[in-house]
Ligand binder design. Structure first.
Ligand SMILES: [Mg+2]
Length: 337
């Protein structure tokens, strides 16, 4: 099985840097009819689909063909003619002129549905995580991870709305690096570390809540924050931007619970799990165990993805574990995975 040389992954970070900047420009000229609903009711745009095609094409050119788990497919904007036309126009503008059969192929390659744990290398791509935020001029982020035998070994997420616009990239064991999105060849990546010192007496703990959080969701997050013994303020974001806020020091705690559902999609978490860990954040589940990214398209074994700075992780895990028990939700299932 084809195995990517980890020393060459700067190329993948370059691709994500360019792709994020292309998406920023495309956002400025996004026509209303390029924004459509998926069959599941969620919002998607021509930019999501064009960017996935562009990124996968560039990754293939740099690294050859390996299995891919990606969010978009033929159904995303298929049959929405104005959105499809805008997608083709963007691809042409970006120098992709390979024709419809190549577009169709690239839109089908992201459907790997096996266990990444059983495969050498798998890309995990969400071309735009937080499309609703992209549409609403809130947070959004192109997110790429590489799994090796199911473990994230590389990640590169573009964060146009955080820290003035940065790309965060990490290789397992080599730290997390930030790079300004508006820098050209003269820019230098800088090692990035999460704040580890405990919060000072009386300082507020900042917990990320969804952009359109219900009162119940806000109350739940305040309880998690206040369990730290500090007053709590809420910061609002969806998508992997919530973990980006913690990594970049604009929040202290972010988490996503599974609840009673089938498990979150791995493309909403995998990259940030590695970025946060490499930056020194606490990343884990309610039992303080690891996040299992190698079991398929969803995080079927995990109850939550928790990301915390300043030593707050175990407190968050304890509070969320208590809540799962009170709601009769099962514990993490990795022993049966
Ligand atoms: Mg997406």
């Amino acid at each position: 099985m084809h195995r990517i040389d980890l020393e060459t992954l700067d190329l993948a970070a370059d691709i994500m840097h360019d792709a994020t900047n292309l998406a920023i420009a495309a956002r400025r000229g996004l026509p209303p009819d390029a924004i459509v609903q998926k069959p599941d009711g969620s919002v998607v745009t021509a930019v999501d689909v064009a960017l996935q095609i562009y990124i996968l094409s560039e990754l293939e050119r740099a690294f050859g063909r390996i299995p891919v788990i990606a969010e978009e497919d033929h159904h995303s904007i298929g049959g929405k003619f104005a959105a499809e036309a805008h997608c083709r126009a963007l691809l042409h503008e970006w120098g992709f002129d390979e024709g419809e059969s190549e577009i169709a192929r690239l839109l089908s390659v992201g459907q790997f549905d096996g266990r990444a744990r059983d495969v050498e290398d798998v890309w995990v791509l969400d071309p735009i995580d937080g499309t609703q935020g992209f549409v609403d001029h809130q947070h959004w982020c192109p997110c790429l991870a590489l799994l090796r035998k199911g473990e994230p070994v590389f990640a590169s997420n573009g964060y146009p709305t955080l820290a003035g616009g940065v790309l965060l990239s990490a290789v397992a064991g080599e730290g997390c690096w930030s790079y300004p999105l508006d820098a050209g060849d003269e820019g230098e990546p800088a090692r990035w570390s999460v704040a580890s010192a405990p919060l000072g007496t009386g300082a507020a703990v900042r917990v990320v809540a969804p952009s359109r959080a219900t009162d119940a969701q806000k109350d739940a997050r305040r309880l998690v924050g206040e369990a730290s013994g500090h007053p709590c303020t809420l910061v609002h974001a969806d998508s992997q931007a919530k973990y980006g806020l913690v990594i970049l020091g604009e929040a202290d705690i972010a988490y996503s619970r599974r609840g009673g559902g089938p498990g979150n999609y791995i493309w909403d978490h995998a990259g940030a799990v590695l970025l946060a860990r490499e930056a020194g954040a606490w990343v884990g589940d309610v039992d303080e165990g690891p996040i299992e990214c190698g079991l398929g398209r969803r995080l079927v074994a995990n109850s939550a993805v928790i990301c915390a700075a300043r030593g707050l992780g175990p407190t968050v895990a304890r509070v969320l574990a208590e809540r799962d028990r009170s709601e009769n939700l099962p514990p993490p299932r990795r022993e049966r995975a």
